[in-house]
Design a protein around this ligand. Structure first.
Ligand SMILES: *Cc1c(COP(=O)(O)O)cnc(C)c1O
Length: 369
């Protein structure tokens, strides 16, 4: 049941399964699949998504931070979990909860070896992150000798995978750059395998990488946004199903005369009689001020109603002139009917940002088959 009595984010796990099957169909059957569930599974429900993905047989999870991994373990998730961005202050939590760190610098590598020694670990699984052009996190090619020297003297840890991340996998204009990143990763992969004396997995593709560079799937791929139903590509979006639908209701309707204003700072000034609806959702729920002043719209009985004036903390006002609607009626902010990408683009941002912005105050309802 997805009837709405208050602002609610409905999550469709059948759509999640559909997206997983679609993404899997784009890669080789033997390629492993890492589901990226950081940031509450892109603003949805991390535990519900992870449980469903574990049931579907996903090989790995990725989270950004250690506390996200702990949340999954506390919920009973048994699948390996890669922590993309651990910090030295969290290493005890990593080991205590059997999480697998991404080691991305000499400092973090040395610190983790110390932590593994202190906890008397042998062959603790770790992942080595390489920078191939994003210039965000990761070792550079020149660091290989130092890394291998350190690893050779260390029985406490063992490299399960080496990985890297594309800077512009969704952008066809940057194809040459992406291919250079892939070639660079291949080379450093070969070098490290030769020196290490054993063969870790390799992975570098996110969702758009899976779509645009399947030749670089190596042993595993990492997908986030695709699982949640967005493909960063007008040709791929129709094949995916958004899992999240954000709905709210009309709290109150106002008839506004010419020369009246609506909302804080009188940011909207009416120049004729209009009808407005006040909705119980605001910037504290994730609809930031950039969505106001007509930049984004919601859907009421199939018609677009633009947000007018400034977004308030707990409310927005929308223009419903000409829409046959009443107090208590359903409003769709985004979902399969009107994508989060579309909503986000009005404010100059992307699906990733609006999805992860939906705050924990918004009720989540999980729909499973
Ligand atoms: C977030 C993240 C991903 C997932 O990217 P999508 O575009 O959502 O598929 C993959 N790899 C890394 C390193 C990430 O930080």
């Amino acid at each position: 049941m997805d009837k709405v009595g208050e602002t609610t984010l409905f999550l469709d796990l059948a759509a999640l399964e559909h997206n997983y099957n679609y993404l899997r169909s784009r890669i080789a059957p033997e390629t492993k699949f890492m589901a990226v569930v950081k940031a509450f599974a892109y603003g949805s429900d991390m535990v519900a998504v992870a449980k469903k993905m574990e049931k579907l047989g996903v090989d790995y999870f990725a989270v950004a931070y250690v506390n996200e991994g702990i949340l999954l373990r506390d919920a009973g998730i048994k699948t390996p979990i890669l922590v993309l961005h651990p910090l030295a202050s969290n290493f005890d939590g990593i080991i205590d909860y059997c999480l697998e760190p991404s080691l991305y610098s000499n400092h973090i590598l040395s610190q983790f070896i110390e932590a593994a020694k202190a906890k008397k670990q042998v062959d603790y699984p770790v992942h080595i992150k390489f920078n191939t052009g994003l210039n965000r996190l990761g070792f550079n090619q020149e660091d290989i000798d130092t890394i291998v020297d350190k690893l050779k003297d260390t029985k406490e840890i063992k490299v399960v995978s080496i990985f890297s991340h594309l800077a512009a996998s969704e952008d066809p204009k940057e194809q040459e750059f992406s291919i250079a990143q892939i070639d660079g990763f291949k080379k450093l992969g070969n070098a490290i395998i030769q020196k290490l004396g054993y063969v870790p997995m390799r992975h570098m593709l996110n969702t758009s990488g899976i779509i645009n560079y399947p030749q670089a799937q190596f042993e595993m791929v990492r997908s986030g946004i695709g699982l949640y139903g967005y493909g960063n590509d007008a040709k791929i979006d129709p094949k995916l199903k958004p899992i999240a639908t954000l709905k709210t209701i009309i709290s109150q309707i106002h008839e506004i005369g010419a020369d009246e204003s609506v909302g804080y700072n009188r940011a909207f000034k009416s120049n004729g009689p209009i009808k407005t609806a006040t909705l119980p959702i605001g910037h504290a729920d994730g609809i930031g001020r950039p969505y106001g002043k007509g930049r984004a719209s919601v859907l009421i009985h199939g018609k677009m109603a633009p947000i007018i004036g400034n977004v308030c903390m707990d409310m927005i006002m929308v223009d419903v002139t000409g829409i046959d609607c009443k107090e208590g009626d359903e409003v769709i902010v985004f979902g399969p009917q009107k994508s989060a990408e579309n909503f986000a683009s009005g404010a100059g941002t992307i699906s990733y940002e609006i999805l992860t912005a939906i705050s924990q105050r918004v009720k989540r309802v999980v729909l499973d088959d």
